[in-house]
Design a binder for this molecule. Structure first.
Ligand code: GDP
Length: 217
């Protein structure tokens, strides 16, 4: 897959080492008062439910049941924190796009997400996962708007790239990059991954290791 930016072999290795550590569940926050103390850097993963977010976090960390174990039914509307590195914490954000969820629930977790995004000084980047088969939709705009308004650095990661023909994937990446052009806080390059085939995972790990190196410096 020629869909990802180039990384040196040293950066790929740094990513492999970063994610080769024993990542584990540390905390879940269902409200702003229960957010853990700010420590080091955080990288968060966001996306519509069923986009492949749990599979991607499991695949990145090499822990097949990490997210399933932490994400008990009561936890689907919480921010879930994973540690495994002295500096970096991974954050699984609640899936959005539950059209059928009760309005008060949607309001509560929207408030939590907004408060987290606006107030978290150590949040280095949000990876917004988008299904490669569908690409960016108008319905994704409100979530990207929240990130733009909060001036949180964010980058699109296409998931399930194994489900799309190589040429179509290149078109989808190009279209997504074009759609992001006016968004100042959006990282201009789009990454493509497949948790199933492993494509794009070394590059995403390297991107996160690079970000850690830049931000922790
Ligand atoms: P979440 O709701 O965003 O956490 O999504 P899950 O990780 O639970 O995945 C939703 C569905 O997509 C499951 O049936 C997964 O097996 C499937 N899935 C996840 N990642 C991939 C992938 O890379 N390729 C394919 N083909 N299917 C995937």
């Amino acid at each position: 897959m020629n869909a990802t930016p180039d990384f040196s072999s040293a950066e790929i290795e740094a990513g492999r080492r970063l994610f080769g550590q024993p990542w584990d569940f540390v905390w879940a926050a269902g409200s702003t008062v229960s957010l853990p103390k700010v420590h080091g850097l955080e990288i968060a993963f966001a996306g519509r439910s069923n986009v492949g977010k749990s599979s991607l976090i499991n695949a990145l960390t090499g822990r097949n049941s990490l997210v399933r174990v932490s994400r008990t039914p009561g936890r689907t509307q919480e921010l879930v924190f994973f540690s495994g590195d002295p500096v970096l914490t991974l954050v699984d954000m609640p899936g959005y796009g539950f059209a059928k969820a009760p309005k008060d629930k949607v309001r509560a977790w929207t408030e939590l997400i907004h408060a987290y995004l606006r107030g978290r000084a150590n949040l280095a980047r949000v990876y917004v996962l988008i299904d490669a088969r569908h690409g960016l939709k108008d319905t994704d705009a409100p979530s990207l708007d929240v990130l733009s308004e909060a001036a949180v650095s964010h980058q699109i990661v296409l998931t399930k790239a194994d489900q799309v023909k190589r040429a179509d994937l290149q078109d989808r990446i190009a279209a997504t990059q074009t759609a992001l052009a006016g968004r100042a806080a959006a990282f201009p390059r789009v990454l493509a991954t497949s948790s199933r085939s492993g494509d794009g995972l070394p590059e995403l790990r390297a991107a996160i290791a690079r970000l850690k190196a830049e931000r922790a410096a």
